[in-house]
Design a protein around this ligand. Structure first.
Ligand code: PHE
Length: 446
């Protein structure tokens, strides 16, 4: 049977951008900016995207497209009879860990979308909204129901395949997402008192930068661009030989970064306009924003749009996580798509239930001071993603032959680049990225 593929270059781009743009931009980025001193964090983040994330993206792209195989098979095709294919297992494990806690937050977004639809945010009391968030996530039933619903939608899209599922739905969902975030941002920046939010986002104060800022910015670059766990590699394996790898990678990175900044503009000015602390932490989106929506004209309507957007953003990311696991099962175990999805779901649901319950019923189970949810998050973001990214650049820089690299990055000469540019890209893959990743990894472990 012929392998599936994307239908168009635009389809690849929206699917890639769909994977990158997600809870990382709307939920994680604002609170990291908030707790790490604003603009200085953003500048460091941008530097990491440029210096580190792009070389890893190119490498994943090269490995995936050249092999036209799942993450495990890719290394088997490109380095037969070696141990390299085990790196693919790291990606499968990383994707499994990420989707297991991601689906819990995905469930919260659906839950809050429902709360917005039924106008539950009209209280002028932040304490009440804090309690609402707390009782929502610690319950042993409500978040599980919404998590299952979230996974069901994810599974149905992946079930339909690459072109008729992932490409078709992300093509509709991504433009909606951009329109909604821009509408919410316009509302936020036109609030009286919004200027302080601008200042926070755009005037850097480097005196606030610590080692933790660096580690947070690096982890965020990996998480937000979906690198290090084989999602880009998997999508790239469905891309035809003529598409421009460099162009697609840069466009994905730009779309993701732009979205994060607009999300910052949608959130921070409103936070300052209402005198709320930007360092509120993970509750920023679920507690602070409902409060703000309750206070402004048309807020109820914006709340509905916002939580719908959060849900869609999470969905276009979770399908990419699931596809890594599913394509591995299909190709390495010769299973059908449906069976592969059911098998993956059995594991994801089990882990997801544990992550969800660890907010309440199972909160007493702590590993090194972290509950189960945080263990899945930290283990994948701080360890597995950097390890996965490290091996991707090492493979392309040191194992793959240079002519093969050049052939793939220029799409067989279809997209030639200037000599200096190719030299820089090769240098960044071979030396720059591995050194920086090694530093993150070590500091992450410490
Ligand atoms: N990039 C996604 C986000 O920002 C999360 C993600 C991580 C998706 C890893 C796929 C793989 O929400």
């Amino acid at each position: 049977m012929a392998r599936e593929s994307f239908g168009s270059g635009f389809g690849v781009l929206v699917a890639m951008a769909g994977s990158a743009v997600g809870l990382g931009n709307l939920w994680r980025f604002p609170y990291l900016v908030g707790t790490n001193g604003g603009a200085a964090f953003i500048i460091i983040y941008l530097a990491f995207v440029l210096l580190l994330a792009l070389p890893i993206m190119y490498s994943e792209f090269i490995i995936g497209r050249r092999s036209q195989a799942n993450v495990f098979g890719a290394y088997k095709v490109l380095a037969p009879n070696t141990k390299w294919c085990n790196v693919g297992l790291v990606y499968v494990l990383a994707s499994l860990c990420i989707i297991s806690f991601y689906c819990v937050v995905g469930g919260w977004t659906l839950d809050y979308f429902w709360k917005a639809l039924t106008f539950q945010f009209s209280t002028p009391d932040t304490a009440l909204l804090g309690n609402m968030f707390n009782s929502t996530v610690t319950s042993s039933t409500e978040p599980l129901v919404f998590m299952l619903l979230f996974l069901l939608v994810t599974a149905l899209i992946v079930m339909a395949g690459i072109k008729d599922g992932i490409e078709r739905y992300t093509k509709v969902m991504m433009p909606i997402l951009f329109v909604i975030v821009i509408i919410v941002a316009i509302r936020s920046v036109t609030l009286p008192g919004a200027a302080a939010g601008f200042e926070f986002l755009f005037r850097p104060d480097f005196s606030k930068v610590t080692a933790k800022t660096l580690v947070d910015a690096l982890g965020q670059a990996f998480f937000s661009l979906s690198i290090g766990c084989g999602t880009i590699m998997t999508y790239a394996s469905y891309v035809n030989k003529k598409e421009n790898i460099v162009g697609l990678s840069v466009e994905t990175a730009v779309a993701d970064t732009l979205f994060a900044i607009i999300a910052g503009l949608a959130i921070m000015p409103a936070v300052f306009a209402f005198g709320i602390s930007p360092s509120e932490g993970p509750g920023l989106v679920f507690i602070t924003l409902p409060y703000i929506f309750g206070q402004i004209p048309l807020g109820a309507f914006l709340a509905i749009m916002f939580f719908f957007m959060l849900f869609i953003a999470a969905l276009t990311s979770s399908i990419s996580q699931l596809e890594v696991i599913v394509s591995y099962l299909i190709e390495e175990f010769k299973l059908g798509r449906k069976v592969s999805i059911l098998a993956s779901m059995a594991v994801v649901v089990t882990f997801g239930v544990l992550c969800s319950l660890s907010q309440g019923l199972l909160s007493h189970i702590q590993i090194l001071g972290n509950n189960i949810f945080d263990c899945f998050d930290k283990f994948s973001s701080n360890i597995l993603l950097p390890v996965g990214g490290f091996f991707a650049v090492i493979f392309v820089g040191w194992k793959m032959k240079k002519p093969d690299f050049t052939d793939e990055i220029t799409s067989g000469g279809v997209h030639p680049f200037k000599r200096w540019f190719l030299t820089y890209v090769y240098f960044s893959i071979k030396y720059l990225a591995p050194v920086v990743v090694a530093v993150v990894l070590v500091s992450g472990l410490i």
